[in-house]
Design a protein around this ligand. Structure first.
Ligand code: CTP
Ligand code: MG
Length: 221
């Protein structure tokens, strides 16, 4: 008899303060919806439940009402890693796979969710993340700006979300409250087996105000 399909939950992290953008970018309008609504809608298509993590000071503010498709809304922390940990507390024990997705990436496709979920379901894999080849040569520099090395570009990938994890691996890796800019790094540091699948060029993260012009243009196409 085939194993029952894995239960997938997604945490959409939307609790950042948007320092580089200059405001809460995840709640800015994109078409007739907010950016966070786009991320949650796609996540809901791929998941049994979606936990949305919002800024703690706005958790009860109706302006930041739960997006359509959200199963639970929880207050975030002062770092992205802390926000993920708060989100994990609302994911039921029955979830086998947990995806973590940035609210600031409105154009991740349902196919990309399916690809990372399929990859993490393979034997021995703890995490699967989307990545794309890097066009620029990348330098490692010290604090004075001196170049210390140049990694081989062919081996580099710029990594995106959604990132899919075996729930036990993600919970174990976060148990000691580590800090990193993505969850794959947390699982790698904990000895996990992480694989990269092909990411999507349109799945850009909105980081600075200039990115909004791109995203509006992409949306209107
Ligand atoms: N995030 C979060 N909680 C935090 C910090 C970030 O949930 N304490 C979320 C953001 O809302 C975003 C994603 O993590 O969806 C990626 O973070 P980033 O692009 O860095 O957003 P901000 O932290 O808001 O921006 P900045 O770093 O410029 O302040
Ligand atoms: Mg940030």
């Amino acid at each position: 008899m085939a194993a029952p399909p894995a239960t997938v939950w997604t945490i959409v992290v939307a609790a950042g303060s948007g320092q580089r953008f200059g405001g809460l970018k995840q709640f800015s309008e994109l078409g007739s919806r907010r950016m966070v609504d786009w991320a949650v809608e796609t996540a809901a298509r791929a998941s049994a439940g979606v936990v949305v993590v919002v800024p703690a000071e706005h958790a009860t503010d109706p302006t930041f009402a739960a997006p359509n498709g959200a199963t639970a809304v929880v207050a975030g922390g002062s770092t992205r890693s802390e926000s993920v940990r708060r989100g994990l507390t609302a994911v039921p024990d029955g979830a086998d796979i947990v995806c973590v997705h940035d609210a600031a990436r409105p154009f991740a496709s349902a196919e990309l969710f399916a690809a990372v979920i399929a990859a993490v379901a393979r034997d021995g894999v703890d995490a699967a993340v989307p990545g794309i080849a890097v066009a620029d040569t990348v330098k490692i520099v010290d604090q004075t700006g001196r170049v210390t090395s140049t990694p081989d570009r062919a081996s580099l990938r710029a990594v995106q979300t959604p990132q899919a994890f075996r729930a036990v691996a993600l919970r174990a890796a976060h148990a000691s409250s580590p800090e990193a800019t993505d969850d794959a790094a947390v699982v790698e540091a904990h000895g996990g087996y992480v694989v990269v699948v092909e990411g999507e060029a349109d799945n850009r993260k909105i980081t600075a105000a200039e990115d909004l012009a791109w995203v509006q243009e992409r949306w209107s196409k």
